[in-house]
Design a protein around this ligand. Structure first.
Ligand code: SAH
Length: 359
């Protein structure tokens, strides 16, 4: 396909867009005309201030593509909207828009599939197909804003994929999405969730971006964690928590820990106590002048047919949370939004793929 070599307009910084126009022998002010419009989801062909001759040159060298809505589910319970978006090459990813009092939050995907292999997760079952481009990360937000007609003010990178396994594209996306002429979503309104790629966490710490880091911990010890999260065999709990400590020292940003409760696997009172002890020992040494603010977000596991895991009951969850609190660790239980549309975890994409295989 000739289009493959074309420049991806929505992945460019304004200066790069200027360079593109100069190379097409167009004035560079075209870039400042175009950049804000692209980020509103207006295609070059729809822009009233771009003439036909310029457009023809541009279309010969560059493309603009927004994810297309393949399926859309709206929760009757809380208005959560789940999208299955089709990308330019036909691959699909999922995004979810959640409505809170403080504004709309979107959960976006970072890869088509995932290669991290977590035992409870639907997104990883077919492995990783490819990384998403910066334009495809932005595109999920722009397409959702266009569809809902509402501004999105917060982003969580907790959809399909491992964002730190797509580091360069994710970093470019983070810098583009905060651009004041673009979506202008501040770093403090962005959370990035990772299963624990220690080398990339250290790299991210040095970028000086005040985003919130979220760590998918899910187990109190190496034995349990290695069973459910293969990444733990590369970087264990201690190495991961030490990286968190370095991240906090450098950025001053609090880190939250995600802990998915799986019945009979990691939800016993003993597991809660061991988790508290590990976190306190690894993150809060008496020598530290500042106390590392620890926050654990408890999530009842979302059952995925292929994994065979089931969620802990309400009583076990409450008991787990109160044991953590007793040991000085703030714990909250994730409110489940969009329960009627199965709003989490890559299951819509899988259903779509299986349907395609069957036809
Ligand atoms: N790869 C990143 C981000 C995507 S997953 C990460 O691992 O953090 C987003 C969150 O959903 C992670 O905490 C992940 O462990 C969790 N998750 C995946 N499958 C789940 C399931 N079936 N039930 C509950 N949480 C799940």
């Amino acid at each position: 396909m000739d289009q493959i070599q074309k420049t991806d307009l929505l992945s460019l910084f304004p200066e790069e867009l200027e360079q593109l126009f100069l190379s097409l022998e167009e004035p560079k002010y075209r870039a400042s005309q175009m950049f804000p419009q692209l980020h509103k989801g207006i295609a070059p062909g729809e822009m009233t201030n771009i003439g036909k001759a310029t457009l023809a040159k541009l279309e010969a060298h560059a493309f603009f593509y927004l994810p297309l809505i393949r399926r859309k589910l709206v929760s009757r319970l809380d208005g959560t909207v789940k999208y299955l978006f089709a990308l330019r090459d036909g691959n699909c990813v999922e995004s979810v828009v959640m409505k809170y009092n403080h504004g709309n939050t979107i959960c976006i995907s970072s890869q088509v599939g995932c290669r991290m292999g977590c035992a409870f997760c639907a997104s990883t079952i077919g492995g990783k197909v490819r990384d998403l481009l910066p334009s495809e990360l932005l595109g999920q937000i722009i397409a959702a804003e266009k569809d809902t007609g509402e501004r999105i003010s917060n982003i969580v990178m907790m959809g399909i994929g491992e964002p730190l396994d797509n580091y360069d594209n994710v970093l470019r996306f983070l810098r583009l999405v905060g651009h004041e002429k673009g979506l202008n979503i501040g770093y403090r309104h962005i959370s990035l969730s990772t299963c624990g790629l220690v080398d990339q966490i250290d790299r991210l710490a040095k970028e000086n971006l005040p985003i919130t880091l979220s760590i998918s911990l899910h187990a109190p010890d190496d034995k349990t964690r290695s069973e459910i999260m293969p990444i733990n065999r590369k970087w264990n709990v201690e190495q991961l928590l030490q990286a968190c400590r370095r991240y906090y020292r450098i950025t001053g940003r609090r880190i939250s820990f995600e802990y998915t409760l799986i019945a009979g696997k990691n939800d016993s009172p003993d597991a809660a106590l061991r988790l508290a002890s590990t976190l306190n020992t690894q993150l809060r040494s008496p020598a530290d002048k500042t106390t590392f603010p620890i926050h654990v977000n408890l999530i009842p596991v979302n059952p995925v047919t292929e994994t065979g895991f089931s969620a802990s009951d309400t009583q076990a969850i409450k008991r787990f949370a109160s044991l953590l609190e007793k040991k000085g660790i703030r714990a909250t239980v994730r409110r489940r939004l969009g329960a009627d549309i199965n709003a989490s975890c890559g299951q819509l994409r899988r259903a779509e793929e299986q349907q395609e295989e069957a036809t």
